[in-house]
Design a protein around this ligand. Structure first.
Ligand SMILES: [Zn+2]
Length: 208
């Protein structure tokens, strides 16, 4: 902010500015808000940030967030483990779970392909997806087909990612579907309301 301000203030503004969706103005406003807050409130916030990753890890199967080696969804025997919904972010899992309609499992890519930002397949959990599918093919329930639902966001990066995965998956004998359009283009899955998401999942189309 200004060089006349204490370093601690400038430091916090800088940290906030690095967060997604927070511009310099918002960063300044948040910092000033905290400056007016009581010490106890600040301690609660810094504790919450500091302890965020305590006891958390990524699920060894789907890369969702987990408190154990498997997330609650992968560890649930009542879910359909042959139905895998591929999403970009953990928040997409949260959004789809809120519909209470989806009974399959997930695979979180942790992003989407974006040549402009230098994000290629190696930066995403794509290899992990293929390893997972390979394992299922070998040790999965015989005669049970696996369906992979590509539920990356509508919009350029999500579509690019879906096309890329589709091409690779097609070579294997998995059923591949893409969630129906109707989601606002450029709108992320986690902004869609539950009915729209449910419809998009129900109306998924098979790639041929
Ligand atoms: Zn999992």
């Amino acid at each position: 902010m200004g060089s006349f301000l204490p370093k601690t203030i400038n430091k916090l503004v800088e940290e906030f500015s690095r967060l997604p969706g927070i511009g310099p103005k918002s960063a300044q406003r948040l910092t000033m808000h905290l400056l007016r807050s009581p010490e106890s409130r600040l301690r609660e916030l810094s504790d919450a940030v500091g302890q965020l990753k305590n006891g958390l890890q990524f699920c060894g199967t789907c890369w969702n967030i987990a408190e154990d080696s498997l997330c609650g969804i992968c560890a649930n025997p009542h879910r359909n483990h042959n139905l895998i919904c591929v999403v970009e972010e953990i928040l997409d899992v949260v959004a789809i779970e809120k519909t209470m309609e989806y009974k399959g499992v997930y695979h979180v890519l942790h992003g989407a392909l974006s040549p402009v930002d230098g994000i290629g397949p190696d930066q995403l959990k794509i290899e992990a997806l293929f390893q997972r599918l390979e394992k299922m093919g070998a040790g999965g329930v015989p005669g049970t087909a696996v369906e992979v639902i590509l539920a990356t966001n509508p919009g350029l990066e999500g579509e690019t990612t879906a096309m890329y995965l589709m091409r690779l998956l097609k070579a294997r004998d998995h059923k591949i579907t893409r969630i129906a359009r109707g989601l606002p283009v450029g709108g992320d899955l986690d902004y869609a309301d539950e009915l729209t998401l449910t419809k998009a999942l129900e109306g998924r189309m098979e790639y041929s």
